[in-house]
Ligand binder design. Structure first.
Ligand code: GLP
Length: 249
């Protein structure tokens, strides 16, 4: 695992954009795993900027979302598919149908999870972007998620619903359930790239990077993967007890 502490949150986002651009530029048939959340917003903005100003092209790139809320209306602006369209896909040159996610409106959700799991495995994700929840979740794999979990319907923890309440209006509850790729689905990607920014992520980052591999900290499963880069801003690195292991940007 390579841990990089960038000089700032914007430098960290820029570094992640560099790695995405490098992946797209060197892979003959790039399959990119997309994460959502506030952490990814500056990464998407930087990728859009590079598309506009530096001709970074997403033609030929297939992209797969990690997770999706259940129970929102079609087109709800909080749905992750809508977020990705609004902040990234709607501004760059993905081909029609190239951005995919689990369908939260399917009548048979178990069948939909199995279908999406197959689609992601067949795509063979080359680079998977990840954020981390303050409780150590990745995608919507909450504490207790098995290491061999695959795409499934999950119940969100109260901690995650509280964290994500800022995206929802007062009086509008955060959905209680979601579809998420499992820890085994994520681990099948060729390379994992986790971005975390802010002091509120420092505890989860330290437990994921330095703590024991445990299902109580789903992100600690990254330690088992052969190719992982963790990019942090300085506040997110403050929980590391062996910061000398990390490199600067
Ligand atoms: C959300 C998403 C995760 C994301 C994480 C962090 O619940 N399901 O994929 O990485 O929480 O979100 P944020 O970047 O908004 O802190």
């Amino acid at each position: 695992m390579r841990v990089v502490v960038a000089k700032s949150a914007s430098a960290a986002a820029s570094m992640v954009a560099d790695l995405v651009e490098g992946f797209i530029g060197t892979s003959p048939s790039p399959a990119l795993g997309l994460a959502t959340g506030e952490t990814m917003e500056p990464v998407f903005a930087e990728l859009v900027r590079r598309h506009r100003e530096q001709a970074l092209s997403f033609a030929g790139v297939r992209a797969y979302l990690l997770d999706e809320y259940l129970g929102l209306d079609r087109g709800d602006r909080r749905a992750y598919r809508t977020v990705v369209d609004r902040l990234l896909a709607g501004h760059v040159d993905f081909e029609a149908g190239a951005v995919r996610g689990p369908n939260p409106h399917a009548t048979d959700l178990d069948a939909e999870c199995a279908r999406y799991e197959r689609a992601v495995r067949e795509a063979s994700i080359g680079l998977q972007l990840l954020g981390i929840g303050s409780n150590g979740h990745i995608a919507f794999n909450e504490p207790g998620s098995p290491l061999d979990s695959t795409t499934r319907v999950v119940t969100l923890s109260e901690a995650t619903r509280t964290d994500n309440a800022r995206f929802f209006g007062s009086g509008q509850p955060v959905p209680a359930e979601a579809i998420t790729q499992g820890l085994a689905t994520i681990a099948a990607a060729g390379e994992l790239l986790l971005l975390a920014c802010g002091r509120h992520k420092a505890g989860a980052v330290a437990r994921a990077v330095e703590g024991p591999v445990t299902t109580e900290v789903p992100a600690s499963a990254l330690q088992l993967h052969p190719k992982v880069t963790v990019v942090l801003d300085p506040p997110a690195s403050t929980g590391l007890t062996r910061p000398e292991r990390a490199t600067g940007s």
